[in-house]
Design a protein around this ligand. Sequence first.
Ligand code: ZN
Length: 249
Amino acid sequence: MLSHTENVANFEALPTYLARHGADVIWRTNNWGEPAIDVSSYVKASDLRSSCKGEGCKLDEVLLTNLIETIESSTKQKILIVLHTKGSHGPSYYSRYTASFNQFKPVCREEEISKCTSQELINAYDNTILYTDHFLAALIAKLESLQNIPSAMMYVSDHGESLGEQGLYLHGTPYSFAPDYQKNIPFLLWASDSMQSHKQIDLELSQQGASHTHFNVFHTVLGAFDFQSPIYRKDLDVLSTNFSPSQSK
Ligand SMILES: [Zn+2]
């Protein structure tokens, strides 16, 4: 997801690349398993918790703590903030959301999820989606409150999850025979009004390309920052008027 090319054997991850070229790159994590990265600031959820208020502080919402203050206090013109959430990672789907998002019931509360009924597992997973929706709405509301700073948000999953279809659970099935449940992912973009006018973005043009992939991430972020780079590919930048879904494999 952080690579500019499918040739992932030897690449510089997007956050490291941007930090090396002068952007303020802040990585906040409530998860693990990141590649080697060299950024301006690497912050764990446990470092944010003491300043966080509310029930969501033990969950992904902790990553929103003092977010606006962090952006406004940056001395750089270009700021990339990565919020590495737990999202809908299994097997403990039931532990990924606060009580008010326990809407689909009953839910699976077993670590050994194959002991649950299919519906209990789906219910717990669907509750994580409700919580993620809430998380993204809260994030957008914060960005909307930014005065005089154009901003955009991109939300991309690293993978989907199998919930017992064809006897498969979780993720990590080798790509060549992984089911679509693990390969098809959400990819959301939001841009503030000032960002849309500053960049002359027409979100209508960016909607629902047939073949968006993880390789759109690097080039779309570079384009949003107006980074000039020989490795930048306008055809993979979904906010570019030259974006061509057919070429983005
Ligand atoms: Zn993952």
